[in-house]
Design a protein around this ligand. Structure first.
Ligand SMILES: [Zn+2]
Length: 494
């Protein structure tokens, strides 16, 4: 029987291990499994053998190593679908909107990555902090520098992070120190892809990363798309974030019907393309993303921070577009996906409140429209539809955003057959959570409903809850010694 509580001290995967704890296991945006006393059984190769109630572990389980994390909670490793490594040191620089903020804070920060030593130091801190926040998988932009990008890969490889990384591509409208020759940009990106894509059984993958339509020629974007298809690699870029950006794109690509059409013409849309932001999309653009199975990276904090707007998450979900959540550091203030999940719920509520306010205001002037007869009614309906106020708004709830930060994010990256939740055959990427910091009673043994647990994780979750992080059954982060000592003391096992 599992009667001897022990605390794991191993750093590498070991023959068949059992992790006993409360288990939270998302199955869809609505359905979650919750085992108050569960066991995650992990094979020596880091894959999950089974997920069962602890009582079902056989009496002869003495050949396995038991890691008893009770009363802590195990959740699947979090998936961050959009972030910028070189922007970490320029995080939380307030003021301005996207384009002026890039010039004032971000481009100078990215230029410093010409120095590979600085790049190594930054990558080390960035990925360590991600793992400390429970993020096991991330899609990440480096800078235009080939060596700094390679350094980012090597640090992620050593630390055990699962990462999709790409060298930023910019061949126009960028500061001279960051503006590349088109051919050089393509050649260096291809070399990086050849070097890193698929490394360690696919733990590391490459993303061709044309920054956004403003800083990329059509030639660069087209050929980046071709290379991505040739190597079955990802494409990551930004779409429809800021209103000034939209106007500039219109001027640069007058033949395109809208912003999304620029990327369609470049051949960049598809199931391996990650589009960040998507704040100001028209219905036709949503249609195009849906039709091409293009993925959306929802970055609510960054959208607030740069005053860009609020992405219509509910609309994207209704259209069955795959969406993941991105911290988008440095416009996002933190690498914590818990914080970002809360922001996603609040953003959705802010949108709901705003829509309600404008709908009611418009209804106040309805009488004046109606005096114009049928034409007035028609015009009024058009105004409502144009402002997207013609339907009752809905809000995102904690279940939905937790799903998006785990299984939904894995689906957005096309990795859900490997990660995202606990299922036999998937890789054992998981996070050990001490829920006392988010529980006002500070009592982990308290019986909580699933809704209460999820709501607290989403609205009150923080990095300090993370006790340990595992990727493929390998411990890649553990909490500070002092906190560990307290935990062991409470369990009586140290
Ligand atoms: Zn971004």
């Amino acid at each position: 029987m599992l009667t001897q509580p022990t605390v794991a001290r191993d750093i590498v995967a070991e023959p068949r291990a059992v992790y006993r704890a409360r288990l939270l296991n998302p199955q869809s945006a609505e359905a979650f499994d919750y085992l108050p006393d569960g066991a995650l059984v992990v094979n020596a190769d880091g894959t999950i053998a089974e997920v069962v109630a602890a009582s079902r572990i056989a009496d002869d389980a003495s050949h396995v190593t038991l890691h008893d994390f009770r009363p802590h909670l195990l959740i699947p490793g979090l998936v961050d679908v959009h972030s910028h490594l070189p922007q970490y040191d320029a995080v939380a620089m307030d003021g301005g909107e996207l384009l002026s903020w890039l010039q004032a804070h971000i481009f100078p920060a990215e230029a410093r990555f010409a120095n590979p030593e600085k790049a190594r130091d930054a990558a080390e801190r960035f990925f360590r902090d991600m793992l400390a926040h429970g993020t096991t998988t991330a899609a990440v932009y480096a800078t235009i520098h080939q060596e700094a990008t390679s350094v980012a890969f090597s640090v992620a490889e050593r630390l055990g992070m699962r990462a999709i990384i790409g060298k930023v591509m910019m061949d126009q409208n960028a500061p001279p120190m960051l503006c590349e020759d088109t051919e050089t940009s393509l050649k260096q990106s291809e070399e990086l892809c050849q070097q890193w894509h698929g490394r360690d059984r696919g733990r590391l993958q490459y993303a061709f990363s044309p920054r956004f339509a403003l800083t990329c020629s059509m030639t660069l974007m087209r050929r980046a798309g071709e290379l991505a298809r040739q190597y079955n690699a990802y494409v990551q870029t930004h779409l429809s974030e800021n209103l000034d950006e939209l106007k500039w794109v219109k001027r640069l690509f007058p033949q395109a019907q809208h912003y999304t059409d620029v990327y369609r013409r470049a051949g960049l849309l598809g199931a391996k393309t990650l589009m960040a932001h998507c704040v100001h999309l028209s219905d036709e653009e949503f249609d195009l993303l849906q039709k091409t199975d293009t993925r959306i990276c929802h970055c609510p904090s960054a959208n607030f921070f740069l005053k860009s707007g609020i992405m219509n998450l509910v609309k994207a979900m209704k259209r069955h577009i795959h969406v993941g959540i991105g911290t988008d550091v440095g416009a996002g203030p933190s690498l914590s996906l818990f914080r970002e999940m809360g922001a996603a719920c609040l953003a959705s509520k802010a949108r709901w409140a705003m829509e309600r306010f404008y709908r009611e205001r418009l209804l106040e002037v309805w009488a004046e429209f109606s005096m114009l007869g049928a034409r007035g009614t028609q015009l009024f309906r058009r105004v409502l539809a144009h402002l997207e106020l013609d339907e009752e708004a809905h809000v995102a709830d904690p279940k939905l955003v937790f799903y998006l930060a785990t299984l939904g994010g894995a689906r957005a990256l096309g990795l859900d057959h490997h990660i995202g939740n606990f299922a036999p055959g998937k890789d054992a990427d998981f996070v050990v959570i001490d829920t006392t910091p988010i529980d006002p009673t500070h009592d982990e043994s308290e019986d909580q409903s699933l809704d209460t647990l999820l709501s607290r994780l989403v609205y009150r979750g923080k990095g300090t809850m993370v006790q340990a992080t595992f990727v493929r059954g390998r411990r890649v982060h553990e909490e500070a010694q002092g906190r560990r000592a307290k935990f062991c003391q409470r369990l009586g096992s140290c």
